[in-house]
Design a protein around this ligand. Structure first.
Ligand code: IFM
Length: 451
């Protein structure tokens, strides 16, 4: 047996998001979000599930902090619900919303756990969607006001922040495929939304830094290394274009003031609504890059992509691939190593945080009440080993966050898919730490693992 030790001070954490865990959708003067509206629309979410009560963390956040403590974790990545802070997405801050997140933060600090919030994990105030949502450029200004409210109200006790969670996902699924809120399917909406989100990221970053220059601010991006499906040069080029589209679309504008060069016929700037001066406004010298990673992606050259980039992702052949989780995502730990190293090489050794990594397995309590989710332990072992290898090879990774602390509302999949280190009985809201949670507690306690 050998030991894999992590650097002193490495953060072991877990992640959640407001709509997925809080419930209390109409309490504390909270406004309606696009996910409230979407999940209340018949046919949108499996089994008609909603986040109305979810894990009830709005009332049970102290239990959740106790779980984090029991797992020896030192970082909690949660998100702030915009409509709890501004019911209509504009105007003065709602004191009850601020008070709730102050209480959550103080409970974490009391246990020596780093509060690590994301400003936006997909629950846009419905009132802003009614005015055009992310495709409306004005939403960038509203978001910047919201970011400023938060850093003024919580910046005395929170040092580390993420602006967005997975902008490539919420824009594509919300505005192009339509299977996430707000459920629109229009390529122009997606193009405009993506630019507004980049503007919002740049402007919010600037406003937050103007208020708290020492705040540590990054963003959490969905990432997956793009591998050519075949050995043709065209497939390699297609894989690079897909990488630009899916991994870099919200990073290149921030760090280098440009969109990835992936369009054979040039950037569709007019359709994106790019105006003079915008490419300065989108820049943000992010203090760290948050990497949310679950699997790898295979890409081949093919026309027919709606964006005209002549690339499509193809499923991994099951004979040559890894095992599958319940969501049919391939388990491929070296994907995490590859992406951490790619960021290290391409962005001059930036500070990295693994902001999400995890798996859906339905393993339920046995008769004795124990949840023997050994496949989840195997999953985490593989990916955590990959992080260790990346650190050994020079990547500056400061923390790792399991998705998720709790089983929770898995968006359009409802409650069918369970990602938690903790089992949640959705009827009683009772929490039970799974075997994987106990295993992870040991990793955190010893700052490493035996192989
Ligand atoms: O549950 C989601 C989370 O909200 C964003 N990243 C992926 C997770 C699993 O699908």
């Amino acid at each position: 047996m050998s030991r894999l030790d992590f650097p002193a001070g490495f953060h072991w954490g877990a992640a959640t998001a407001s709509y997925q865990i809080e419930g209390a959708w109409r309490e504390g003067n909270k406004g309606e979000s696009i996910w409230d509206r979407f999940s209340h629309t018949p046919g949108r979410v499996k089994n008609g599930d909603t986040g109305d009560t979810a894990c009830d963390s709005y009332h049970r956040y102290q239990e959740d902090v106790a779980l984090l403590r029991e797992m020896n974790l030192t970082s909690y990545r949660f998100s702030i619900s915009w409509p709890r802070i501004q019911a209509q997405g504009r105007g003065a801050a709602n004191p009850e919303g601020i008070d709730y997140y102050q209480r959550v933060t103080d409970a974490l600090l009391q246990e020596g756990i780093r509060p690590f919030p994301t400003l936006y994990h997909w629950d846009l105030p419905q009132a802003l969607e009614d005015q055009g949502g992310w495709p409306n450029r004005d939403t960038a200004g509203r978001f910047t006001d919201y970011a400023e409210i938060l850093i003024r109200a919580l910046g005395d006790r929170i040092a580390d922040w993420m602006i967005f969670n997975e902008p490539a996902i919420f824009t594509a699924l919300g505005y192009l495929t339509g299977n996430h809120a707000p459920g629109r399917s229009n390529l122009d909406d997606l193009l405009r939304a993506s630019h507004t989100v980049n503007l919002a990221q740049g402007q919010a970053f600037a406003a937050m830094k103007a208020t708290k220059p020492k705040a540590n601010i990054g963003t959490a991006l969905s990432m997956s290394p793009c591998e050519p499906a075949g050995d043709q040069e065209a497939d390699q080029e297609a894989a690079e274009r897909w990488h630009g589209l899916t991994n870099l679309w919200y990073l290149e504008p921030a760090l280098n003031g440009r969109y990835p060069d992936i369009f054979p016929n040039g950037l569709p700037s007019d359709r994106m609504g790019i105006q003079d001066g915008d490419m300065e406004s989108v820049t943000a010298a992010l203090d760290f890059i948050g990497v949310n990673l679950y699997t790898r992606t295979k890409v081949t050259a093919q026309t027919g992509n709606p964006l005209g980039i002549d690339a499509v992702s193809v499923p991994v052949e099951s004979e040559s691939g890894g095992p599958r989780t319940d969501l049919d995502w391939e388990v491929w730990p070296s994907a995490l190593y590859d992406m951490l190293m790619r960021m290290t090489q391409d962005y001059d050794n930036p500070v990295l945080e693994v902001t999400e990594n995890g798996c859906s397995y339905a393993d339920a309590p046995d008769r004795d009440g124990v949840i023997r989710d050994t496949r989840r332990i195997d999953f985490y072992r593989g990916y955590i080993e990959a992080v260790h290898k990346a650190i050994q090879d020079g990547a500056d990774v400061r923390g790792y966050h399991a998705w998720s602390l709790l089983d929770n509302f898995e968006w359009a999949e409802g409650y069918e898919h369970r990602f938690g280190l903790t089992w949640v009985d959705f009827k009683t809201k009772k929490r039970t730490i799974k075997d994987s949670g106990h295993w992870y507690a040991q990793v955190a306690d010893t700052n490493g693992l035996s192989t």
